[in-house]
Design a protein around this ligand. Sequence first.
Ligand code: PPY
Length: 350
Amino acid sequence: MPSSLTRRIYPPGDTSVELPAARRSRRQPPERPPRLLTVPGVPPARYAYLGPEGTFTEQALRSLPAAAKADLQPCSTVTVALDAVRGGEADGAVVPIENSVEGSVPVTLDELATGEPLQITREMTVPIAFSLLARPGVGRDDVRRIATHPHAAAQTRRWCALHLPDAEVVHTTSTAHAAFMLTQPDAGWQAAISAPVAAEHYRLATLASGIGDNPDALTRFVLVSRPGPPPPPTGRDKTSIVAFMREDHPGALLEILDQLTVRGVNMTRIESRPTGAALGNYCFSIDCEGHVEDARVGEALMGLRRVCADVRFLGSYERHDGVAPDIRVGTSDREFLDAAAWLARLRNGY
Ligand SMILES: O=C(O)C(=O)Cc1ccccc1
């Protein structure tokens, strides 16, 4: 296991090497490394991702044109991948955040809500298909234990219950890690549920393919970098934030929602997550339509800033599906600008 002073970044082709991590003191936050994404349009050179090779996350990363020329760093967990960005060893990290069947990836939401701030600059989706993989020569009858990522386990539950009802399903940090371990002498399981590409990566046999309970499953991934100016608005953007309530009181959630509603900002996701501070202490992880540069979104963020104990801005970025928001009457940039100009005239007495 990695010690507290090491973090595991899988070098390509070798999943067992540990690299030293930057020393961190709790009292003194580390000096923030320079953000390398300073030239518009120039992509980061080093991308960390949830590895090892053969994960769905790697597929998401490789869907970015910039990944073709970049140095890709497979990491053992979402936390390690994000810390590689925080520590300056990577310029960006791609991590899973939400699945259309199983919901959000809690570790990603929590890692983004706490610690050194990070910013989402892109989102992408990958259609998810699962295969059951084993060492060549192993048959379905030999499978007593199956390993996979918790999200993959949840999405293949019915298939496993139907076809391998007596097999125990154990969880691993990623689907590809489950497959990689089958190449080692002491895997602890006979089969892995992984992406079909993992069969080629690790020279495994495919015992069954297309075993997902929902053939239309999609997972959303985000590219995260150190904070900086968000990518420019495209007119088809999303903004992610975490809102921390001031204190528990009647209507606290309504107050937060009001800030968005009255400015015509449409939410696409809201989830409560425990802050970890005390039992019953929750924050809200929110995605909404629009860009921080849109007047209605900026005004809503200012409203949230007033009514919340804290608001963490997680980024404005282009939507993966290119859907433009429906801008309601009275909430366009022009109308916000006109209203501000009118107020200025009142204040100036003309
Ligand atoms: O484990 C992987 O391959 C991942 O990239 C995470 C994941 C797991 C299950 C569905 C989608 C993404």
